[in-house]
Design a binder for this molecule. Structure first.
Ligand code: PNS
Length: 164
C-alpha cells in the first residue's frame, strides 16, 4: 500500500491544487494533504486551522484522501506518518528548479522517500494562491480559480477591508 503526501501552504487551496489531489488520488492508495504550519504566522493570510478547514471541505467527497497539518521538516513528517511518496505539482520551469532542489534534499534527509511530480493541467498552469489573494483583495471574482469553500473564506477576509 502506497501512502503519499501532498504538502503545501494551501493559502488558500485553489483549483490547480484540487486537480493534483484528484489525479494523485487515482494513483496512490492513500493520500494525505499536509498543510504547512509555519510559526512565522504573518507569512499567511489564513492560519493553519482555516487552511485545513478549506481543504477538508473541498476533499470531503474524495475517498482515500485525508487532511493533516505539519510543522518542521517534511522529511521528518514523512517518517512520523510512515509515508513513502511526496507528491508535487509542476506548473512552469521555475517551479521545477525549486522542486528539484527540495526533492534532492528531502531524499538526503529521508532516503526512504521518493518525490513524484504531476504536471498541472494546462487550464490551471497560471493559477497561484498569491495571485488569487491579490485578485480577491480588490473584490474581483475568483470563482473560476478556487473552490467555493476558499471563495467564501476570501470574501469573508476581504469584505471588511476595502482594497485590503
Ligand atoms: O505550497 P508551498 O508553499 O510551495 O509548499 C512548500 C512546502 C510546504 C512543500 C515546503 O516549504 C516544505 O516542505 N516545507 C517544510 C520544511 C522543509 O522540509 N523544508 C526543507 C525542504 S528541502
Amino acid at each position: 500500500m502506497i501512502h503519499a503526501v501532498y504538502p503545501g501552504s494551501f493559502d488558500p487551496l485553489h483549483n490547480g491544487h484540487l486537480d493534483i489531489i484528484r489525479r494523485a488520488n487515482k494513483i496512490y492508495d492513500r493520500l494525505t494533504v499536509a498543510v504547512l504550519h509555519n510559526p512565522l504566522k504573518d507569512r499567511y493570510l489564513f492560519d493553519v486551522d482555516e487552511r485545513v478547514a478549506i481543504v477538508e471541505d473541498v476533499v470531503k467527497g474524495l475517498r482515500g484522501v485525508e487532511v493533516d497539518s505539519f510543522g518542521g521538516l517534511l522529511a521528518d513528517y514523512m517518517r512520523r506518518v510512515r509515508a513513502t511518496v511526496i507528491v508535487k505539482g509542476l506548473r512552469v520551469i521555475s517551479d521545477f528548479e525549486v522542486e528539484l532542489q527540495m526533492a534532492h534534499l528531502n531524499r538526503q534527509l529521508n532516503p526512504s522517500v521518493e518525490t513524484t511530480f504531476i504536471m498541472t493541467a494546462t487550464r490551471w498552469s497560471y493559477v497561484s494562491s498569491t495571485r488569487v489573494k491579490e485578485i480577491a483583495r480588490y473584490g474581483a471574482d475568483v470563482s473560476k480559480l478556487v473552490p467555493p469553500a476558499a471563495q467564501r473564506k476570501l470574501r469573508e477576509r476581504f469584505e471588511s477591508s476595502v482594497a485590503g
